[in-house]
Design a protein around this ligand. Structure first.
Ligand SMILES: CC(C)(COP(=O)(O)OP(=O)(O)OC[C@H]1O[C@@H](n2cnc3c(N)ncnc32)[C@H](O)[C@@H]1OP(=O)(O)O)[C@@H](O)C(=O)NCCC(=O)NCCS
Length: 194
């Protein structure tokens, strides 16, 4: 069943980045984003892509994403500077009743658009969406020592580390790294906006 994205009329949203020289537009992913999304992921350094949960430079993977958008399962939003996709963030949901109240967020920002508040803005957008959908908790799964910017970004909106799973990830060089599980309980939205 294809489920609608909540609050679609709120998009696109225009966002001024913190450097005050660039403006991006945020909206849900669309079927026509395939080529630009693939170009975006090719600009992400290989050693960062290595830890993502899917092979994002595979045209088949990206086609499957853009060709089967089902907001009941994954809510994908993108940020654009003109035609160029400069960030992608997703809220993943389970279909089963036992896990339907929790979600997982993933986020990637173009290296040229980092450290100006875009990653945090997209996390906040998805927390709003999760809250509107009635979710109770949202998690992040991040790799210690390799994804520290993401760990800090999640912490900066209120996520707390609730578990560290030792040596769960094999890193780029073949060494084992811990997986950090971060969690946020969705209450008042002031929690993540301020
Ligand atoms: C993690 C990521 C999305 C952050 O995006 P971003 O747009 O640069 O982040 P923001 O500018 O919104 O920064 C938000 C907070 O994150 C932290 N942060 C961001 N970049 C950081 C860095 N290089 N080092 C340390 N902390 C960093 C800071 O706490 C920052 O808050 P501040 O601006 O008040 O200092 C980006 O670095 C990225 O795409 N990394 C590769 C992909 C990845 O690891 N994704 C997580 C897996 S799901």
């Amino acid at each position: 069943m294809i489920t609608a994205m909540p609050d679609t009329e709120a998009y696109p949203k225009t966002v001024m980045l913190r450097d005050e020289t660039r403006v991006v537009s945020i909206r849900p992913m669309q079927a026509g984003d395939k080529v630009h999304l693939l170009d975006f992921f090719k600009r992400i350094p290989e050693e960062e892509r290595f830890y993502l949960k899917e092979n994002v430079t595979s045209p088949e993977v990206i086609s499957a994403w853009t060709g089967n958008i089902d907001f009941g399962r994954v809510i994908p939003i993108v940020a654009l500077d003109g035609d160029r996709i400069v960030a992608d963030a997703t809220l993943h949901r389970s279909r089963t009743a036992a896990r339907r109240h929790v979600g997982e967020i993933r986020v990637v920002v173009d290296p040229d658009y980092r450290e100006v508040g875009l990653g945090r803005r997209l996390i906040r957008e998805l927390l709003d969406t999760a809250s509107e959908l009635g979710l109770h908790r949202v998690t992040f799964e991040l790799v210690a020592g390799q994804e520290e910017p993401a760990i800090n970004a999640a912490r900066s909106v209120g996520f707390k580390t609730v578990a560290v799973l030792p040596e769960r990830i094999r890193d780029f060089r073949g060494n084992n790294q811990d997986l950090v599980l971060m969690d946020l309980s969705l209450g008042d939205r002031n929690q993540w906006w301020y």
